[in-house]
Design a protein around this ligand. Sequence first.
Ligand code: UTP
Length: 289
Amino acid sequence: MKVRKAVIPAAGLGTRMLPATKTVPKEMLPMVDKPVLQYIIEEAVAAGIEDILIVTNRAKSAMDDYFDYYPELEHRLEAAGKEKELEAVKQAADLANIFYVRQKETKGLGHAIWRSKRFVGDEPFAVLLGDDIMRSKTPVIGQIIAQAERYDSSAVGVQQVSDEVVSKYGVIKAEPLDERVFAVRDMQEKPALAEKFSNYAILGRYVLRPEIFDILENQAPGYGGEVQLTDGLKKLSVQGKMVAVDFEGKRYDTGNLKGFLEATIDFSLEHPETGEWLKEFLKEKAAAL
Ligand code: UTP
């Protein structure tokens, strides 16, 4: 069945980026000249998604405002002949059909996904985490959707990570099915190094079948006292209904300081207005270190 809808959970508290994220959602922090969330929505749209639900909370109304029209600003830009800026401002509001639902209590990623049940209905849907930006030739969520549709199953995006960081992720136990595609047999959330199933970590992109909602509805809190999506996915995977896709692309976790800075530097180096300048600046800095 075709995947037409996407859910972006963006209701986390962003505690790794405090104090900035006390009032500015981490998804709205600027990545050069656009908020992080816009890159994620653009990825979904490039993969053919039409309807997007953002799971938000009471401190994050800046997100709904950003993807709306702003007539006073638009008139001012128009009168000043600032066409490029006007175009950019309007484009953000016209990207997709965007819907919102609030997660009234911050009970974890699994709980945030469960809040999308009414929006999703009875069809498979994509999930893109609100702080993971992907850089790739083919949209990463498009790569995952293609395999989910091919195998008529749920799918998770994975990449190999080092032993130093594997205990920070959900990891899979899997058997190869095809080039870069695995059948998932089991999962663990944040395993101890000695107990890890593999080094394939789940990295922020999923296609889920609607059976996940019944699983999440009755699921007790797991690691950290939160309703963990991985625990629900594990139940789906042991029923034999899940593939993993070793996707092509680079993932930036902008929800922690180092990941945010890494992305900022890479994206600024590629940006036409800052790239050449930043190269020279970094050379000067490196020479002085
Ligand atoms: P993270 O663990 O990366 O986000 O959750 P967080 O909880 O904001 O992070 P820290 O540890 O406090 O810095 C992964 C994704 O799940 C969303 C987050 O917004 C992020 O996109 N999330 C997490 C929710 O929507 N609701 C939650 O209750 C928890």
